[in-house]
Design a protein around this ligand. Sequence first.
Ligand code: COA
Length: 184
Amino acid sequence: MRDSLPLETQRLILRDFVESDWPAVHQYASDHEVVRYLTFGPNSEEDTKNFLQAEISLQREEPRQHFALAVTLKAQKQLIGTCRISTLDTGNRIGSIGYCFSKQFWGQGYATEAALGVIYFGFQELSLHRIFATCHPENIASARVLQKIGMQQEGYLREHHWIKGEWRDSWLYAILEHEWRSVN
Ligand SMILES: CC(C)(COP(=O)(O)OP(=O)(O)OC[C@H]1O[C@@H](n2cnc3c(N)ncnc32)[C@H](O)[C@@H]1OP(=O)(O)O)[C@@H](O)C(=O)NCCC(=O)NCCS
């Protein structure tokens, strides 16, 4: 694993988005099944282009607090998904992560590998103390990823998100820096 961007894992490169990524992003961001539990989507082409523009402009933020990264296969350089880490509270050094992948690449350990990469980045490079994630109660695959990367289930957030016309609950998962260091 390299210390700064792009992040490199065994099979993946996690790099900043560029505008020409939009067709690959749109492939999963417009997929009803992929976005079922997400705050956005299914995207129109315009939504995806706007999303990319917003992410690209955040790359210039100083200090940078938001890293939405394109996850690409190292060998083929193909873009297969997104993995994000953001600093949400600088004083308390709290960050959050999220991810989403094209359906054809599900079930091959890519989300786990990418999430471990951004967690490494969060603790090692962003000096975070706590990294959390939330997932929809029915999103079993995502909950499993959060467990596999060493997060603990901390609680159940009731109706904390107004998404797509309804209040949504989430499981809250988190890992602390010393917990991560004890196994890394
Ligand atoms: C959630 C998501 C990122 C997982 O990606 P992935 O690359 O398939 O994840 P991994 O292969 O690393 O791990 C998935 C795990 O969930 C398990 N899993 C998947 N579906 C499952 C199901 N219905 N029941 C039980 N386990 C399930 C897999 O078996 C695997 O666990 P294992 O390694 O112990 O066998 C992917 O499904 C996705 O992009 N979903 C849409 C976007 C989304 O929901 N993002 C998360 C928002 S919180």
